[in-house]
Design a binder for this molecule. Structure first.
Ligand code: GUN
Length: 285
């Protein structure tokens, strides 16, 4: 039987509709949520992501501002900008679009963001908070995956979850969140020997390796929930995930498509984190 296809666009639309009310309520109370995005250089993919974030903010009623620096900017200029934004009462979320140019120290920049405005949850404090079960912000992509699992009533507790990918943005926080929810986890990478041996026993398989079509039908346990975080551009210009969708959907119980799966959820969860940051700032004002 063919898998249930998890419609990320639909789930994202429903989540945004719910949170739009929360943003409107804050605005009525004179506290419109605000997000500042810092971009350094002209990486074309980053430019698209930033444009999409600004558009999504406009649609949900979040004030957004982009601080764009040239690729030759000094790190101190960015640190000064973050310092000003940290003290700006109208800005509740700050994110630095990655990657930064090679002369930047990522951790130095990210840890200069106030932890209560770190809506990406990349600050070392927030990473530590997540790992120890004291979550401050949930990183956007893994947050989106958890919401998708919840919406599809896929139980995590007691399951074997396999995460392929060990990035700080997706793989590691994803594994920690699944662990926190009671799954037994295995973390694999592109270097794992005999990857299929691990993926074949996964009840929940999350793939974020950046390798087009690396997961084939013979690597998937029948009935498994397969979440594809990969977004790869093929030479013909089309997008594909890390999972071979057409064949795997005949084996899996649930599967996310690319595009239209995890992608729409990531920005949605960024909006939620920003609104949540604004709500919290109201409590402490
Ligand atoms: N670059 C790629 N993905 C992300 C993300 O989720 N946040 C930021 N800040 N940069 C990215």
């Amino acid at each position: 039987m063919s898998a249930h296809i998890i419609d990320g666009k639909l789930i994202a639309r429903n989540v945004r509709a719910e949170w739009k009310h929360r943003a409107a309520k804050l605005t009525e109370q004179g506290k419109r949520p605000g997000l500042a995005v810092i971009m350094v250089g002209d990486n074309p993919a980053s430019a698209i992501y930033v444009r999409n974030k600004v558009k999504a903010c406009n649609e949900i009623g979040i004030h957004s501002e982009v601080h764009h620096f040239s690729s030759t900017a000094e790190q101190d200029e960015i640190l000064d900008c973050i310092d000003i934004l940290n003290r700006n009462r109208h800005v509740h979320g700050i994110l630095v679009q990655l990657p930064l140019p090679p002369h930047f120290e990522n951790n130095r920049v990210i840890t200069s963001i106030a932890v209560e405005k770190d809506v990406d949850s990349f600050h070392l404090y927030n990473v530590g908070a997540l790992v120890t079960g004291n979550t401050n912000f949930i990183p956007c992509t893994p947050y989106g995956v958890m919401v998708m699992l919840e919406q599809c009533r896929i139980t995590v507790e007691g399951k074997h979850a396999v995460v392929v990918g060990r990035s700080n943005i997706v793989g590691k926080p994803m594994a920690m969140m699944l662990l926190e929810r009671g799954a037994t986890i295995t973390i694999c990478t592109s270097k794992t020997k005999d990857l299929a041996q691990f993926t074949q026993t996964a009840d929940i398989l999350v793939v974020a390796a950046g390798q087009p079509g690396m997961i084939t039908a013979n690597m998937v346990k029948p009935g498994a929930a397969v979440i594809d975080v990969g977004i790869n551009r093929l030479p013909n210009g089309s997008l594909c995930g890390d999972v071979e969708f057409e064949t795997v959907k005949e084996v899996a119980g649930y599967i996310t498509p690319v595009p239209g799966g995890v992608g729409p959820m990531t920005i949605t969860m960024l909006l939620c984190n920003t609104i949540q940051a604004a709500e919290r700032s109201q409590l402490t004002a």
